[in-house]
Ligand binder design. Sequence first.
Ligand SMILES: O=C(O)[C@H](O)[C@@H](O)[C@H](O)[C@H](O)COP(=O)(O)O
Length: 254
Amino acid sequence: MPGRRVVAFVSAAELGPALARLIVSRAEKAVSSGAPSFSLGLSGGSLVSILSKELPAVPDLDCSRWLVGFCDERLVPYDDPESTYGLYKNQLFSKLNLPDDRILAINPSLPVQQCAEDYASKLSKAFNTQETPVFDMLLLGMGPDGHTCSLFPEHPLLQEKQKTVASISDSPKPPPQRVTLTLPVVNAARCVVFVSTGGSKASVLKALLEGGDGPVLPAALVAPTQGELFWLVDEPAAASLTLDVERAGPGAKL
Ligand SMILES: O=C(O)[C@H](O)[C@@H](O)[C@H](O)[C@H](O)COP(=O)(O)O
């Protein structure tokens, strides 16, 4: 795929600082271009601990102009251990100079469909558009089944073309009720970064990046129309790949 960069790190411990540098570089680019903010979409999974370790370690990091949203979220109260927002609030946001009003979170007290509509209108307002919001950067994970955001294999939501945010009530991975960005929003982003580590991801990563039998996996449908696409992986996840992979050493700048 043109423009896609697959970068392998010796370990997740080396990947983390490189991810932080990539985020900071795109944030500086957005802010120095005169944009009102640097918009960043977060996902759960292992990204929570990676970002919570690496971002507060960046010297003099200024997040006052960041606008942070969520690529997907589980419909559970903020204080539930399954809440992605709750995890980031406790582990990361409390350590950054990120104003509360620059964080766009779902309202989990609403029924799931209304919650998706409410989150869509928060995005419209924050991005000042009725069209597709264009995030500067989205950070995504990939599940062992090839899902990303809350877009699961063979689910009708993969066909969604109109809505920017959708609800799902039958997520095969619990909890069943979730809210997710749709593929048109993901593919409109200026930079999309997948982070996938560990040997348990090796076979799905190979199927996804090199093609395989069976239905197209949701993560393989992520192909930003104008933006950059990174796959940051560690050696165990990259172990089965035969395509050309960039090998990144310590201190790598992407
Ligand atoms: O909402 C969820 O259930 C998780 O956030 C999930 O989608 C996660 O992002 C992927 O499974 C990747 O997980 P890892 O980052 O741990 O590989």
